[in-house]
Design a protein around this ligand. Sequence first.
Ligand SMILES: C[S@@+](CC[C@H](N)C(=O)[O-])C[C@H]1O[C@@H](n2cnc3c(N)ncnc32)[C@H](O)[C@@H]1O
Length: 226
Amino acid sequence: MELDVDLIVLSFAAMKTGNIDYSAQLIRTKTRYLVNDTYNHLWIRKYGIQTNRPMQVEEMVVEADSKAYAQPYMTVWFRNIDRLLAKLPEPEEEYDFIDIGCGRGVAALYVAQNYNFRSVAGFDFESSLIADAYRNQEAMAKLTDIDFFVADASIYILPDGKHVLFMFNPFDAPVMKSFMDNNIEALRRNKSVIAYANHHQLDVIKSFEPASVTMIKDYRCALISF
Ligand SMILES: C[S@@+](CC[C@H](N)C(=O)[O-])C[C@H]1O[C@@H](n2cnc3c(N)ncnc32)[C@H](O)[C@@H]1O
């Protein structure tokens, strides 16, 4: 599919302008947004999930020092979840999945619907988003066993187990560092992975010397194994 799009884009750019490389890149980027947004939109509409709008940090009611380092709520491209999980070193059935900063829970619902993890959970420090996650869970009645809860990643201690920790750019370096300080031993002991979309704080994670980092070109995604 993406190969076909590239071919169309290149042909179009070649016809319209002398600057073929720039035009091709621009149209390819826009096409990528269109394809990934449309995939999200169709899935969300199919399952009647109503609360997909972003939430700015200023709108959040949470009172915590870590709020200064939070990123706003928005929903990840589901196809980036697929791209990351395709790189797991072991079968999904061997992992417990947690969305760190799950917001309205849409990504965790997508994962529960499409994958066979041992368990699926998500937490966020903003309670109003977790309330929406419960509502979304009700809209997908058969996904009742996802565990949504309120917690602050800066002080959160992972339960013991082998995890896929999904992060879609949830917070800035200070919180990432606290989270890693608090959980690095468990991550190593259990050979857990972090599936990181829009990986702005990848250098912080790399400073904890993971066993491997697999980059997904063009999508700012990285799968980090411990
Ligand atoms: C970009 S959204 C990602 C939402 C969801 N994971 C997804 O992929 O659709 C980042 C989320 O991280 C949450 N967050 C930010 N700082 C946090 C913290 N210290 N503890 C828990 N959640 C946090 C925000 O409230 C926001 O909902």
